[in-house]
Design a protein around this ligand. Structure first.
Ligand code: AHM
Ligand code: MG
Length: 335
């Protein structure tokens, strides 16, 4: 049984037996993400000291080159997963192509590939707004011991074995699922340990928050425009409250706790919206469903979409189940 003062390390060990395929490999993978998250958290928290230690692109007082934080986060997650020889492939929002790990080493019997958005919402860093890391894990479909191929990455989201995010907010949290519910862990920065703070997270079935970049309203499809008007209408428990941080992880996290819907629809400018299916939407959709929420492109379940390419974008509507279903209803009616 989970206890409130349990550490993430203890939780991983205790729950290892409940993973679909038990070999300890997935546990080691989550452990590596935990470690990289702590390193990135340390760096993100120093971002405000930029005048003192130097901005990205400059050399700091120790003579070290300062990296942009999204590049730094990308390097750290890739290094951690590569050095510990834990996965056979990585795809990152920051890289054009996927990375095959130890493809020459026939002893590399690792089964998992990781897809990652190392620092989502990084344009918020300069203004001290929360950012996040998002990750998604699949079992490879090509034979173990051979180099990974694009097929290993272009799997439907419903094949994910784990997914999660780290939110670098007022406190730093790691929230993840391995397909048996969603659990959230808060970092105690004094001792560098994540503690189980949010066991069995669930989206309320209904909510009162809608999160969308309304500056794009004029470009939205009619169904989305109608749904936004519905959210603003004075009737029953409406009007809803509008909350949009512009940082997917933070908007999702708040909506999961309080009840709400996040929308990044297609527009007349971007025919598939902005968010990436593999690095952002699939992992968030898996988490949402595991937390009794829902994720859709307006018509179809996100997790059932067959990806065609690594950096594919998709319209994204995600959150409390009844709210997402209502938005889908508006999309259908406007067809
Ligand atoms: P990024 O991957 O370039 O950081 O963009 C993703 C972010 C999301 O976190 C956020 O929800 C969205 O972009 C905000 O976009 P916009 O500024 O167009 O509303
Ligand atoms: Mg992103």
């Amino acid at each position: 049984m989970s206890q409130k003062n349990q550490t993430l390390g203890e939780f991983i060990i205790e729950n290892q037996a409940s993973f679909k395929y038990t070999s300890g490999e997935l546990s080691r993978l989550i452990n590596s993400i935990r470690l990289a998250a702590k390193v990135v958290n340390h760096e993100v928290n120093k971002a405000g000291l930029v005048d003192i230690i130097g901005a990205a692109g400059e050399t700091n007082i120790q003579g070290e080159d300062q990296q942009k934080l999204d590049v730094y986060a990308n390097d750290k997650f890739i290094q951690t997963l590569t050095n510990r020889n834990i996965v056979c492939g990585i795809a990152s929002e920051e890289e054009d192509d996927f990375i095959s790990i130890n493809s020459q080493d026939e002893n590399n019997n690792n089964k998992y590939v990781v897809l990652i958005d190392p620092l989502d919402g990084s344009s918020n860093i300069d203004v001290n707004v929360s950012v996040g890391t998002i990750f998604s894990v699949f079992r490879r479909v090509t034979p173990v011991g051979t180099p990974v191929t694009i097929e290993d990455f272009l799997q439907k989201g419903n094949q994910q074995v784990a997914a999660g995010y780290v939110v670098y907010g007022t406190s730093t949290m790691l929230v993840y699922t391995t397909g048996a519910g969603v659990n959230g862990f808060t970092l105690n920065p004094a001792i560098g340990t994540f503690y189980l703070s949010h066991p069995n997270m669930q989206f309320p079935e209904n909510g009162k928050i809608y999160s969308v970049n309304e500056g794009n309203y004029i470009h939205f499809p009619q169904g989305i425009k109608n749904y936004i008007k519905y959210c603003q209408m004075e009737e029953g428990d409406r009007p809803y409250t509008s909350r949009y941080i512009g940082s997917l992880v933070s908007d999702f996290h708040r909506n999961m706790i309080k009840g709400g819907i996040y929308l990044y629809p297609k527009s007349s400018k971007d025919s598939n919206g902005k968010l990436r299916l593999l690095y952002e939407c699939n992992p968030m959709a898996f988490l949402a469903e595991q937390a009794n929420g829902k994720a859709s492109d307006g018509f179809n379940r996100i997790l059932d979409i067959q990806p065609e390419e690594l950096h594919q974008r998709v319209p994204f509507i995600c959150g409390s189940r009844n709210m997402v279903e209502k938005a889908e209803e508006f999309m259908r009616m406007a067809q």
